[in-house]
Design a protein around this ligand. Structure first.
Ligand SMILES: NC(=O)c1ccc[n+]([C@@H]2O[C@H](COP(=O)([O-])OP(=O)(O)OC[C@H]3O[C@@H](n4cnc5c(N)ncnc54)[C@H](OP(=O)(O)O)[C@@H]3O)[C@@H](O)[C@H]2O)c1
Length: 375
């Protein structure tokens, strides 16, 4: 994206800028940076705060030191006669850099998109296939690579969403590598965990509950949590549940595949969870990015539903025949999976400003709408 000269000239007020129209944003920012002192920039930003969201100010601001950034942020956030309504955390988000690990994934891509929309300078990583918003290649199994990316990108916050459910080294070791690298340079970490760390014996779990996983993925997530909390005690560790809502989740894809017969299997009527909308979860992660919350936080929607009924909601939303979904039960399947796991979210409700919608609400809101790319 380009910062036009006219915007830059207006933004910078008294500062003299080049009038060449062929400069890239980087060159323009470098030129502007040389000519501006932070006082002038702060004055300009106060006047131009509304424009901050539409231009790449984070790029400009990321080139100045953190103390100057904070003073500018405070300066902009100060209430004005006109009442901009911009909070300090919003302004800080606009000036800071966030690294989303796993930004080609379902949750990671929405988190990176929302971060950019909120004014963060967002950098995303991919493992196998890059996207425009995820252009840093990273394998979290390689601790040196994790350290190198974090030292080079120099983020203010890392949100770790990368996953390969079948690979212990990604799920468990990868989480530990990210925690070690962020702790070493004092960077805030928001780590994504799962209700899979529980067996379901207790049914309801608050943040103080200790993991008792019954299968390999859950054990890997629990191992990652343990490492993160030991190595980086200031990190936020978000336990969540089935992620869906925009049509791009793995559960939505599986429902379609079962209905079309592309895959064989069944949705379990005795697998009970509290699904969360991907956007609500991404919003919660970004709130935690600018908070100093430490430790576990449960973040799910309020509605309890079994996996088969969830498939029915997905099918109805997309105009597919729910009768074609094969139903099954964990009991009798020979699989060792948690049955009834409900994360309590009282703490998230009191702590976060984002409203975590229930699955019935958000599925009804998109009823009849097939997601892009699907009939
Ligand atoms: N999906 C759910 O319902 C659910 C429920 C509870 C918790 N969670 C947790 O939520 C998080 C996000 O899940 P998701 O479903 O959004 O994940 P996802 O869509 O499967 O995305 C996985 C991401 O991880 C990246 N990745 C894979 N292997 C990697 C490696 N070795 N090194 C670095 N990156 C690697 C992928 O990159 P490429 O695409 O480039 O290969 C992709 O960006 C995970 O921590 C998961 O355990 C998910």
């Amino acid at each position: 994206m380009f910062l036009t000269n006219s915007v830059l000239v207006r933004l910078c007020g008294a500062a003299q800028t080049s009038t060449s129209t062929s400069l890239t944003v980087d060159r323009r920012n470098r030129l502007a940076e040389r000519r501006l002192n932070t006082t002038v920039l702060a004055r300009c930003l106060r006047r131009r705060v509304a424009a901050c969201r539409s231009i790449r100010l984070p790029v400009l601001l990321s080139r100045i030191g953190p103390t100057a950034q904070l003073s500018i942020a405070r300066s902009i956030a100060r209430p004005t006669a006109g009442g901009s309504g911009i909070s300090l955390s919003m302004v800080l988000a606009m000036t800071n850099r966030i690294l989303v690990i796993g930004a080609t994934g379902h949750l990671g891509s929405r988190t990176a998109e929302r971060a950019t929309a909120a004014g963060w300078s967002a950098v995303g990583t991919y493992f196998s296939s890059p996207l425009e918003a995820a252009c840093e290649q990273l394998d979290v199994r390689d601790p040196a690579a994790v350290r190198e990316v974090i030292e080079r990108v120099r983020p203010d916050v890392v949100i770790h969403t990368a996953a390969d459910r079948d690979d212990w080294r990604v799920m468990a070791d990868g989480g530990a590598h990210v925690a070690v690298a962020t702790a070493a340079v004092g960077v805030r970490l928001v780590h994504v965990s799962s209700d899979a760390v529980f067996s379901g014996k207790e049914i309801e779990y608050d943040e103080s509950a200790l993991p008792d996983p019954v299968y390999r993925y859950g054990a890997a997530k629990a191992a990652a949590e343990t490492a993160v909390r030991a190595v980086h005690p200031g990190a936020a560790v978000v336990r969540t549940s089935l992620i869906l809502g925009d049509g791009r989740g793995r559960h939505e894809a599986l429902t379609r595949d079962l209905i079309s017969g592309r895959v064989r299997g069944a949705l379990f009527t005795d697998m009970i969870r509290k699904p969360v909308h991907v956007d609500d979860l991404a919003g919660a992660l970004l709130e935690l990015a600018t908070s100093d919350y430490r430790g576990i936080l449960n973040v799910t929607g309020p509605d309890v539903i079994n996996r088969y009924d969830l498939g029915v909601l997905i099918a109805r939303r997309e105009g597919l025949d729910p009768h074609r979904i094969p139903a099954g039960r964990i009991a009798g399947s020979g699989m060792s999976l948690p049955t009834n796991v409900r994360l309590r979210t009282d703490k998230a409700a009191s702590l976060l400003s984002i409203r975590l919608r229930g699955v019935h609400e958000f599925m009804a809101a998109t009823a009849g709408q097939a997601p892009a790319g699907h009939p």
